[in-house]
Design a protein around this ligand. Structure first.
Ligand code: AMP
Length: 114
């Protein structure tokens, strides 16, 4: 899957500012932050998006959430709070076809999102 941007980041061939990493996931700073802290968490193994979290692959969700919480702690977001977002497909606003969790924080976040 060499044409996938986030696979390239996971492989270290495209640079990113890493916040947290473990065996299954990588957390790095979003290149176009929408909040003072904006981190993306990806599974190292390619999954297109939320719709792939079925059957045996559904287990990837646990690692993704846990890595997101670790990234939030590493970023100092835990005391004030933060938000997880996963965009799915065209209507969900997904622009990169590799499953990723947005971790947003560092300011009060409006609700509902647009
Ligand atoms: P989404 O629109 O939910 O698919 O989110 C994709 C995110 O990837 C956007 O917030 C982009 O700013 C971010 N992004 C795109 N290219 C890079 C990159 N090379 N490094 C870090 N973040 C990126």
């Amino acid at each position: 899957m060499s044409s996938c941007l986030f696979c390239e980041i996971a492989a270290g061939r495209i640079k990113a500012e890493i916040i947290h990493e473990d065996e299954g996931c990588l957390a790095f700073r979003d290149i176009s932050p929408k909040a003072p802290s904006h981190i993306l968490v990806i599974p190292r193994r390619h999954l297109d998006g939320l719709n792939d979290l079925v059957g045996p692959d559904s287990a990837a969700a646990d690692g993704l959430l846990a890595a997101g919480v670790m990234a939030a702690h590493a970023e100092g977001l835990a005391p004030g709070g933060y938000r997880f977002v996963i965009n799915c497909g065209q209507d969900g606003g997904q622009s990169v076809g590799h499953l990723h969790l947005h971790v947003l924080g560092g300011r009060p976040l409006a609700w509902p999102p647009g």
